[in-house]
Design a protein around this ligand. Structure first.
Ligand SMILES: C[S@@+](CC[C@H](N)C(=O)[O-])C[C@H]1O[C@@H](n2cnc3c(N)ncnc32)[C@H](O)[C@@H]1O
Length: 205
């Protein structure tokens, strides 16, 4: 059982919903969403971001590699009769991509968990229709205190300029960044908190 399997039941909190709502708002202000757009969310967790956006989009495929997260998400989809949302268990680091392309690909707080950033961005590029949009929301570069200094299998956020260069090398155009949210998080047992900025990168194929 992965860490995320264990966290799934408790994932939806006022804080995580607020983060998703703010990132959804940032996407809305950068991308002309429409019910004609097909969408793919990667590392969807319990689907918080897609539930924020679904009324403004066409069909959404939601992918994650955690059974626990997908189980919670599937309950939510059933409860909402959200027939426009389909789930898939997928790890794009090792599995073949879905045999389909999308107008919009988005991912929230997942990129830092994927070791090979170039590979995953290349996969996202291939999943997009021509002129499709990629939206990546993730941590700005930080000192490691977000996950704790004993966690060494994650990226400590991203440098915006380096990520933009990488996206450009892969073929993305019209790359822009904004600060979508600032997330407050406890960073030690004394209860000290810190604000972690979350960027939104928008790019086009
Ligand atoms: C920090 S959580 C974010 C969940 C959700 N996007 C949110 O912000 O509420 C990271 C998510 O990415 C998923 N994940 C991590 N590595 C993955 C991989 N290689 N392939 C697919 N999903 C992955 C985890 O299972 C988890 O649901």
């Amino acid at each position: 059982m992965s860490d995320f399997d264990e966290k799934a039941e408790e994932w939806d909190t006022p804080k995580s919903r607020k983060r998703a709502a703010n990132i959804a708002e940032a996407i809305r202000s950068e991308v002309p969403l429409s019910n004609n757009m097909s969408a793919f969310e990667y590392g969807c967790g319990t689907g918080l971001l897609s539930f924020e956006l679904r009324k403004e989009l066409g069909p959404i495929m939601l992918a994650d590699n955690s059974d626990g997260m997908l189980e919670v998400l599937e309950h939510k989809i059933r409860d909402a009769s959200a027939d426009d949302m389909k789930t898939v268990k997928l790890n794009l680091s090792s599995d073949p991509p879905p045999d389909q392309q999308f107008d919009l690909v988005y991912t929230m707080m997942t990129l830092h968990h994927i070791p090979d950033t170039r590979h995953i961005l290349t996969q996202f590029y291939a999943l997009l229709n021509s002129a499709g949009y990629l939206c990546v929301a993730d941590l700005d570069e930080e000192d490691g205190s977000f996950h704790g200094h004993d966690v060494d299998d994650v990226h400590k956020g991203f440098d915006r300029a380096e990520l933009a260069d990488l996206a450009e090398e892969i073929g993305f155009t019209d790359i822009s960044f904004s600060t979508a949210y600032k997330m407050e998080r406890e960073i030690n047992e004394e209860g000290e908190t810190k604000l972690f900025p979350i960027f939104l990168m928008v790019a086009r194929k």
